[in-house]
Design a protein around this ligand. Structure first.
Ligand SMILES: *Cc1c(COP(=O)(O)O)cnc(C)c1O
Length: 282
């Protein structure tokens, strides 16, 4: 049985319970990360926990953990659960307190929870590509925070599932922002375009890795907004996330992207990503 970490304890799943007053449950008042393990090693884990602490700081949540302590914690959980290839979900909420919108005074102890899942890389989808649909971005204006408030993302993803697609690419008006749980890239004439890092998107760690790879391989990486029309007329489209990696999108709203096959720039980025797995896992 796999164990769950809650506030310092490694518990059996059926013992892993939190209060009905937990503010994560009542308000979505918390933040999270999702980290990948390859061959028992953590991929870009420092970047993930730096972002975790940034998210906490942005919502005024004092976690009392350093990046190194968090790394140690998830490494222990991986060990306890014997995970080689898989993922670690970790979240922190503002704790349990009588239901009041404003922060509890005095503050209560945050609830830190983490669990693991074993699974392989998505090799088949990485080879063939996935389908996506487009949908209006109805989320709030602080999408840079990896918040537990995911209702907009949940509804977008469900819309994708309804149309037999794997991801919903969101747009605010004509401007493409990001996927329900991924960043989005349009590749045109050998250049990679993606939404700039600001409050409208989550600053993906995989996005950062793709930027590094582009620099290594002299592929122009252009952080500018683009339209839905530009996306649909791109030569290649990819989405990226910790679990999806560098994922080709070969159909959008039922129409082929480019010639409908996975393109050359995408393959170069995927090759680069495989190298980064080797060099950035510890
Ligand atoms: C987590 C997430 C991503 C991808 O970030 P990674 O760090 O690459 O996993 C993109 N968009 C949203 C909305 C996310 O929640």
């Amino acid at each position: 049985m796999t164990k769950v970490f809650i506030n310092g304890e490694f518990l059996e799943q059926e013992e892993a319970k939190v209060s009905y007053e937990d503010r994560g449950y009542v308000f979505g008042d918390g933040i999270y990360e999702y980290i990948r393990a390859y061959e028992g090693k953590l991929f870009t884990v420092k970047e993930h926990f730096e972002r975790f602490l940034r998210s906490a700081n942005e919502i005024g949540l004092d976690l009392n953990y350093t990046v190194d302590e968090l790394i140690e914690l998830v490494r222990k959980l991986l060990d306890v659960n014997g995970v080689k290839n898989g993922g670690i979900y970790i979240q922190a909420t503002r704790g349990a307190a009588p239901r009041e919108h404003s922060f509890p005074t005095p503050p209560v102890k945050p609830v830190l929870m983490a669990f693991t899942k074993s699974y392989d890389r998505p090799f088949e989808d990485l080879e063939k590509g996935i389908y996506a649909v487009t949908t209006e971005d109805i989320r709030w204006l602080r999408c840079d925070i990896k918040s537990l408030n995911l209702l907009g993302n949940v509804l977008a993803k469900e819309f994708a599932v309804k149309y037999n697609a794997s991801e919903a690419i969101q747009h605010r008006g004509e401007t493409v922002t990001e996927g329900a749980s991924s960043n989005v890239y349009a590749i045109k004439d050998g250049k990679v375009y993606t939404h700039p890092v600001n409050n409208f998107i989550l600053n993906g760690i995989t996005r950062k890795v793709i930027k590094w790879i582009s620099e290594d391989k002299n592929i122009p990486f252009i952080e500018e907004t683009f339209t839905v029309d530009f996306l649909k007329n791109a030569d290649e489209v990819i989405i990226s996330s910790t679990s999806a990696e560098v994922m080709p999108v070969v159909k959008i709203d039922g129409e082929d992207v480019g010639n409908g096959n996975v393109g050359d720039v995408t393959r170069q980025l995927q090759d680069g990503f495989n190298e980064y797995i080797k060099t950035h896992s510890l």
